[in-house]
Write a protein that binds this ligand. Structure first.
Ligand SMILES: NC(=O)c1ccc[n+]([C@@H]2O[C@H](COP(=O)([O-])OP(=O)(O)OC[C@H]3O[C@@H](n4cnc5c(N)ncnc54)[C@H](OP(=O)(O)O)[C@@H]3O)[C@@H](O)[C@H]2O)c1
Length: 259
């Protein structure tokens, strides 16, 4: 009887990384007594096989990610794993046991819930870890380049922070669309970015960045600038009189304004 009760308790509690404050990573704590969730309407319960770490997670440890949860909370926004529960009102649900990748709060745990409408099946032959990035990094890069940036074959595209998750996807996709890719990254990451297919990789901190890009390319058509420093540093590298679109955040589609 005692053993059964212990087992029952063990099944109801899960291990998770809990952020207890907004003071940064030092307050991210591993706990073993987090309550296992029940999927709500329109949700799957996932046994997490792999979780992704993105810039949003770093920002969220300091409470600076817009719309992020208030401490204490189970950290993590992205995971892949096996469907082990299906909530009510899921339309055409996938079968229990299907591996999916998706986003939702509480990904750094053994189990999490995800909105069923936002998941993708882990492609056949892929591990959970290999599927990470499909719904966040790759979708963000695709949105920035295609519907927002209207990339065309032969464009010169400048990808800032090209060694990051979104940046790596953007380099690969821009090459796929036939663009010439100029990338920026910290010097220790240049080989990684070149291996992805970038035509040139520049030190992201060099003071003459825009001049060097103009010298190399004659001007760029599209800039993927992820923060408020990248935009002014790239402005004068844009072609004139039709400066490129500036896609600084894909959660908010920006109009095609001159940089
Ligand atoms: N991940 C997503 O799905 C997603 C969705 C929407 C928007 N975004 C935005 O896209 C940008 C990139 O996100 P990500 O998830 O790809 O980031 P990431 O994988 O963490 O990469 C970030 C890159 O930015 C550079 N960087 C510049 N300042 C930094 C700092 N203070 N701390 C750490 N890295 C810094 C680093 O490259 P260097 O060392 O080479 O400079 C690093 O490789 C962020 O602004 C994020 O908010 C991301």
């Amino acid at each position: 009887m005692e053993i059964n009760e212990q087992q029952h308790r063990a099944e109801q509690t899960v291990r998770a990384l809990v952020q207890r404050s907004h003071r940064g990573l030092e307050d991210l704590t591993l706990t073993a007594d987090q309550r296992r969730l029940t999927p709500g309407p329109g949700e799957y319960l996932i046994r997490v096989g792999a979780a992704g770490v993105n810039f949003a997670d770093v920002m969220q440890t300091h409470g600076t990610y817009a719309g992020g949860p208030q401490a204490p909370y189970v950290a993590g926004f992205e995971a892949a794993g096996e469907i082990v529960g299906i909530g009510p009102d899921v339309e055409s649900p996938l079968r229990l046991g299907t591996h999916v990748v998706g986003a939702g709060p509480g990904a750094f745990a053994q189990y999490m819930t995800m909105p069923a409408a936002g998941v993708l099946r882990v492609p056949s032959g892929w591990s959970d870890a290999e599927a990470l990035g499909l719904v966040l990094n790759w979708a963000t890069a695709l949105a920035a380049l295609k519907p927002l940036g209207e990339i065309k074959t032969g464009d010169v595209v400048l990808v800032h922070a090209a060694a990051g998750g979104v940046g790596q996807a953007a380099v690969r996709l821009a090459r796929h669309y036939g663009a010439r890719v100029i990338a920026t990254a910290s010097p220790t990451k240049h080989d990684t970015v070149r291996a992805l297919g970038a035509d040139a990789v520049l030190d992201s901190t060099r003071p003459d960045l825009a001049e060097e890009i103009t010298r190399l390319t004659g001007g760029v058509d599209l800039v993927l600038a992820w923060n408020r420093w990248d935009r002014p540093r790239s402005r004068s590298a844009c072609r004139s009189p039709n400066p490129s679109q500036d896609v600084s955040s894909c959660s908010v589609p920006l109009p095609a304004t001159p940089l």
